[in-house]
Design a protein around this ligand. Structure first.
Ligand code: EPU
Length: 437
């Protein structure tokens, strides 16, 4: 199996270019189903999640033309519901964002079907708020046999007022997409405010929609008859940028993180400054420098503009290298500490009690064979490997490649000793018995 082999200890230096935002891309690609005409999408990240969604659309009848590494022209004019097939379900089961196909198909055709979504396992990931919103827009939505099926009661959706009981990125996005062509006005209250929500609104508006208020907690959508083609460039990935910032904090060194929106990184920059990391902001870059020792701090994850849950494992790893006791409180997911077991193999001292992790900094982490348990947990063990003494082998890297474009090449360019190798997984039977216990 392919794995990353990292020899830790090199401080990172140089410049890294951040790719387009994964969580914007996985919303915007399905939303393109609503568009009759050519959507030219620029700054798309080259990661397996976007690749999977583009394949789904292509199986559904879309024409997908690759212009260059980060630009795709998508034409969904000929997408048809009767093209849905087992080939598509095999792909939609792999990713979380496949539920956006429901909002998009409902908006375009008044009917929709997809599998229940896959994605990272953080404990329960209910979709009741998606269902509540789509139902309020006039659809009957059923979950049965591993599928979500929806049909507009009178053939098309109608605008209405929807209050989300929980701030949900996914529900906000799904309802926004579906409501773009609903008859009348939709008002969604208590919505998520993440940068990718604003990006989706900007995409829809550039294709002729009328979406206002994205970035605040109330979004108002005046339904339009149909969406037309256009060109749209995605925002840079806040979490990819934050991951490289955390990597520099852990290894020391100085890196220019380029092609970012520094405002989106404020919550991450503030925490790193508390930890004795220097951050200098430019128009579209941040310079991250860490020379002295790291200081402990406390982190609580929250919906945007709070500290992002998608950065919790990476910052947790940095805190393992800081002096003193740090406390992390996970405010979004029930079970996002699976990476901790892996960090413990590298000498980290962490106790978990429910949603709280107590991290006692250690002098050094030591290389070990570890797993990427999910996307960000994978990023965390890569950072740990870069900072650790000795060699770290990271297995199950397919999770990391769902969301990080060319992570190995980007880290190598910063001076990291990391490579992707194809070698058999360490067979547990060959380990000495005293380790197996
Ligand atoms: N929730 C409900 N009901 C719902 C939907 C969500 O109770 O109908 C709860 C969830 O259980 C959770 C909270 O609301 O406790 C927030 O969930 P949200 O819907 O915001 O998450 P998501 O849309 O499933 C997206 C990102 C995740 C990121 C979260 C939170 C995508 C494809 N995924 O998930 O990203 O952690 O928002 O910011 O956009 C990642 O990139 O590594 C990742 C996991």
């Amino acid at each position: 199996m392919e794995k990353y082999v990292i020899r830790g200890g090199n401080p990172l230096r140089g410049t890294v270019d951040i790719s387009g935002a994964k969580n914007a891309a996985v919303a915007i690609i399905p939303a393109a189903i609503m568009v009759r005409g050519v959507c030219r999408l620029e700054n798309l990240p080259q990661i397996s999640d976007t690749d999977t969604l583009l394949r789904v659309l292509s199986y559904m009848g879309a024409s997908v033309r690759t212009i260059n590494r980060s630009t795709v022209e998508l034409d969904c004019t000929n997408v048809k519901l009767d093209s849905l097939s087992e080939d598509i379900w095999a792909l939609t089961r792999r990713i979380r964002a496949s539920y956006y196909l429901i909002g998009a198909m409902l908006g375009r055709f008044g009917a929709a079907c997809s599998t229940m979504p896959g994605g990272c396992n953080f404990g329960l990931r209910p979709i009741d708020q998606h269902i509540k919103g789509l139902t309020a827009l006039g659809a009957d939505v059923r979950v049965e046999g591993g599928f979500i099926r929806a049909a507009a009661r009178d053939g098309h959706l109608h605008g209405t007022k929807i209050y989300l009981d929980k701030v949900s990125v996914g529900a906000t996005i799904n309802i926004m997409i579906a409501a773009a062509t609903a008859e009348g006005v939709t008002v969604i209250e208590n919505v998520a405010r993440e940068p990718h929500i604003v990006d989706l609104a900007n995409f829809l508006n550039s294709m002729g929609a009328d979406v206002r208020g994205a970035g605040t907690d109330v979004i108002k959508i005046r339904g339009v008859k149909e969406l037309h083609g256009g060109t749209y460039a995605l925002i840079p990935d806040q979490i990819e940028a934050g991951t490289y910032m955390a990597a520099v904090a852990a290894t020391g060194g100085a890196v220019k993180i380029a092609n970012v929106i520094p405002k989106h990184l404020d919550c991450i920059s503030s925490k790193l400054r508390e930890m004795n990391v220097e951050i200098e902001e430019g128009d579209d870059y941040v310079l991250v420098r860490r020379e002295g020792d790291l200081r402990h701090t406390n982190v609580k994850t929250m919906p945007y503009p709070g500290f992002p849950t998608d950065m919790q494992p990476q910052i947790g790893t940095v805190l393992c290298c800081a002096s003193g006791l740090s406390v992390i409180t996970e405010g979004v997911w029930d079970n996002r500490y699976k990476y901790i077991e892996e960090l413990r193999k590298m000498g980290a001292q962490i106790q978990v009690d429910g949603r709280t992790a107590f991290i006692q900094g250690v002098d050094r982490l030591t290389g070990a064979t570890v797993r990427a348990c999910d996307l960000r947990a994978g990023a965390a063990v890569v950072i740990a490997g870069l900072a650790a003494d000795g060699v770290t082998r990271v297995e199950d890297i397919q999770y990391i490649e769902r969301g990080y474009q060319n992570i190995v090449g980007k880290l190598q360019a910063l001076g990291a000793d990391i490579k992707c190798v194809d070698e058999p997984d360490e067979p547990s039977a060959l380990r000495p018995a005293w380790i197996a216990g």
